[in-house]
Design a binder for this molecule. Structure first.
Ligand code: HEM
Length: 421
């Protein structure tokens, strides 16, 4: 690679996480990284490296909110679900969360975890974020009533075919990163530190379009080939905060938190293959090439549900996915942050199990998410090719207080410390 600019470790540390003191920058601030970096050495030949590698980028702390929620989705996901060991109490959970929060903070800043056995794997954070949540059983048994956020299990949905192996756990960590090696290392560090307190129930892996494959800001595609994620609240929307973050008084220990719903949705892709292109577009109500509604030309055109064709039939079928998922009630919205999954599965005729890890965040799941899921359960043309096999909900606490850990405001109070558990 004679002549091309090189990014050695010293360069990385100077221009990346270390130079930014761990405060770092995120996807949308990629240019800020470039601005802090020294100009690459003059190249005498062709080069593809024009700035610091994406691996140096970190996601800035978000005040009272955990990162990994409003963060532009990274390319890779590892979702880890733990059950606390029998007899584990509030103090054990507090210890575990202190360790895991410390790991997440260090690794997210591009620094090795404490006692990191492979510190070299921690140096390219690639926008690593770790987002923690607690299941309903943890809230009921380990969080005192005066500090407990309200989280109910989802009601039963008639079409669900839930498998025990993907069911509700006590604790979840949504680990997201643009680099799969960094992600694997972070996952291993967290698993190691959680081991004395909890057992892993499941690890679910997901992926989106890799960074650099398409221009930044392009909506990702799911494995059915659809542009997926077009209509989604963004931070630019005035109602983003009330839709996503709990809006309680500043003294509420859950203020700035949110709730997460995880639905593992299997796709019957071999049967989907048999549907022609027009049929596939009709199922969703959007075009496959651009993601535009069937009544428009651009991905972000508003669908016209009243438009009819030459036969007088609706252009967008009222039973299509977008028609059924949309509500006239603007509060029935939430932040979707879905990932594709595909795993080898020799038991299936296709040899693999593929689908969508549907992750959504909302300030109130019962009010915002459940009515939409109920509507889709009753009628959605997409249902013929998808089956939900896993389901869980979590309370996602606010960010760790300064010097503290995620969940501390729920687990510890001035009135009753963790020492009593
Ligand atoms: C494998 C399962 C699913 C697939 C393949 C899928 C696919 C899609 C696609 C392609 C769109 C249109 C583009 C967009 O706006 O993102 C869409 C929209 C949407 N989906 Fe899904 N989806 C799935 C499951 C779900 C579930 C479980 C929910 C919620 C319970 C949901 C809620 C929505 C919402 C709210 C929209 C936007 C509707 C609007 O235009 O206002 N989807 N989905």
């Amino acid at each position: 690679m004679a002549g091309g600019p090189r990014w050695d470790r010293r360069n990385l540390l100077r221009t990346g996480a270390a130079a930014l003191g761990g405060a770092g920058v995120g996807w949308s601030a990629a240019t800020a990284v470039a601005a802090t970096a020294p100009a690459p050495p003059a190249a005498s030949g062709p080069t593809t490296v024009v700035g610091p590698p994406a691996g140096a980028q970190t996601v800035p702390a978000l005040g009272r909110h955990q990162t990994g929620i409003a963060t532009t989705p990274q390319a890779h996901l590892a979702l880890v679900g733990w059950d606390l060991k029998p007899g584990a109490g509030r103090r054990d959970l507090a210890r575990m969360m202190r360790l895991l929060s410390d790991d997440a903070a260090r690794l997210g800043a591009g620094r090795p975890a404490l006692a990191d056995t492979e510190p070299d794997l921690a140096l390219h954070p690639a926008r690593l974020t770790v987002t923690f949540g607690f299941g309903p059983q943890v809230l009921r048994t380990l969080v005192p009533a005066q500090r407990r956020p309200v989280l109910e299990e989802l009601p039963a949905f008639s079409r669900d075919e839930l498998e025990e192996q993907w069911s509700q756990t006590d604790v979840v960590a949504q680990i997201c990163c643009d680099d799969p090696v960094t992600l694997a290392h972070a996952r291993r560090m967290l698993l190691k530190d959680a081991r004395p307190f909890a057992e892993v129930r499941w690890i679910q892996h997901g992926f989106r379009t890799a960074r650099g494959t398409v221009p930044e800001g392009t909506t990702s595609r799911n494995l059915m080939g659809q542009v997926d994620g077009t209509v989604n609240p963004t931070e630019a929307d005035p109602d983003f905060a009330p839709l996503v973050w709990t809006q309680t008084s500043d003294t509420d220990p859950f203020a700035g938190g949110t709730f997460l719903v995880v639905r593992r949705i299997r796709m019957q892709l071999d049967r989907w293959d048999r549907v022609d292109r027009a049929g596939r577009e009709g199922v969703i109500g959007r075009r496959l090439d651009t993601g535009a509604p069937l009544t428009g030309t651009d991905e972000f055109d508003a669908p016209d549900f009243s438009a009819t064709d030459h036969l007088g039939l609706p252009v967008i079928d009222p039973a299509s996915h977008v028609a059924r998922a949309r509500s006239s009630d603007p509060t029935q919205r939430f932040l979707r942050r879905a990932y594709n999954y595909t795993e080898p599965d020799p038991r299936r005729s296709t040899g693999e199990d593929s689908g969508l890890l549907f992750l959504a965040y909302a300030a109130d799941l019962a009010r915002q998410f459940v009515p939409v899921q109920q509507r889709l359960d009753e009628l959605d043309r997409l249902n013929a090719w998808v089956t939900t096999v896993g389901s869980a909900v979590y309370a996602v606490p606010p960010a760790a207080p300064a010097g503290g850990y995620v969940g501390q405001t729920l687990l510890e109070g001035a009135d009753d410390g963790v020492a009593d558990s």
